[in-house]
Design a protein around this ligand. Structure first.
Ligand code: G3P
Ligand code: MG
Length: 348
């Protein structure tokens, strides 16, 4: 335990361990806090028998809004001030690709929010499905833009546009329309809409902000996620091209090890800027509900990292009590409050 001399820092801050949290199914479900999550945050912020503050970050595969807006939502839900400096969502690491591509198609989320997020990351020229449908309404036979979408989408002549890459930032709100447009590009000549390649091997690369087939929302059973959209897109591409085409798809997010390494760098910056702690933590407790994303990724980064990444599975989301998780956590507990207490007890 570190007792920093600076008056700006809390009296007692844990310096040897940190927590990282998944959001959906651990802290929030269907837009509402999971009841134990609010108390778990209080415990981390010093309301524990040792009076220590435990630094923590958030690592969700979700997205669709800027990090600032997501933090405002989460602060309200958890009744705690959460800052972008301790927050990573599925598309956050995509900002490192902004300089690589000229014109990109950004898919998913509400309204024009993902275009704004992409532009905020520095992407130079961002197209949305709405722009394409506005240009040619026959693109999606059963989808008409709402008045608001029509007003917000941009007019351009797609005959002259080459899409260099496609980024799926958040869950699609129109699977049929979005898959149609993705297939048109995958089968195009070099990313030019309205063209068809005869070899189907010239489409742009497709990046998904995560690969979760299902996730934990308000419904009692898990709901389809971006991984399912990706699968439908890939299988349909193979059907349409009789397996002759070539498609490049890639997923960011958990369980990818680079996503956890990105989180590790953020954690280092956060601890240094907030608490003046320079050394890496000895233990990172990662609390998740999805064995395939959270536990798999935490265990994989643990194989590579110098410090101990300790996976904790909770029963409030995707994982169903009584089933065998596909990837084994170090410990399984009922909920996030039990996870926090388990980590603190283990350390003290
Ligand atoms: O779309 C979000 C979902 O797939 C997962 O979010 O917070 O459980 O990583 P989270
Ligand atoms: Mg989750």
């Amino acid at each position: 335990i570190d007792s920093p001399s600076s008056p700006a820092t809390p009296a007692t801050v844990a310096d040897s361990f940190v927590f990282a949290f998944d959001i959906d199914g651990v802290l929030v479900r269907g837009g509402k806090a999971i009841p134990e999550a609010i108390q778990a945050m209080k415990v981390l912020n010093g309301e524990n028998e040792f009076g220590i503050h435990v630094p923590h970050i958030f690592l969700t595969n979700g997205g669709g809004k800027s990090e600032e807006e997501r933090c405002r939502d989460l602060s309200r839900q958890l009744q705690q001030d959460i800052r972008p400096g301790q927050f990573i969502c599925g598309h956050t690491p995509m900002r490192e690709m902004a300089a690589k591509y000229g014109t990109v198609l950004v898919i998913g989320g509400e309204g024009e929010k993902c275009r704004e997020v992409a532009e905020g990351y520095g992407f130079k020229d961002v197209v949305t499905p709405g722009d394409i449908i506005k240009h040619d309404s026959a693109t999606t036979p059963f989808r008409r833009l709402t008045a608001e979408e029509h007003a917000n989408s941009r007019v351009r002549d797609f005959d002259d546009v080459t899409i260099d890459a496609v980024f799926v930032f958040a869950d699609s709100r129109d699977w049929a329309g979005d898959i149609q447009i993705m297939l048109d590009l995958a089968m195009s000549q070099g990313g030019r809409l309205c063209t068809r390649s005869s070899t189907f091997d010239q489409g742009p690369p497709f990046y998904f902000s995560h690969n979760d087939v299902v996730w934990s929302a308000a419904h009692e059973h898990v709901r389809l996620g971006m991984g399912a959209l990706r699968r439908m897109f890939e299988v349909t591409f193979d059907d349409l091209t009789h397996g002759r085409g070539k498609l490049t798809t890639h997923a960011f997010g958990k369980p990818q090890v680079p996503t956890f390494e990105f989180a590790s760098r953020l954690m280092t910056q956060w601890r240094r800027s907030q608490h003046g702690i320079a050394d890496a933590p000895q233990t990172v407790y990662f609390v998740g509900d999805t064995p395939e994303s959270d536990i798999r990724g935490t265990n994989a980064v643990n194989q590579k990292a110098d410090n101990d990444w300790y996976s904790i599975l909770v029963k409030t989301g995707v994982y169903q009590d009584g089933t065998e998780p596909a990837f084994k956590p170090r410990v399984t507990v009922d909920n996030v409050l039990d996870a926090v207490n388990h980590g603190i007890q283990r350390e003290m």
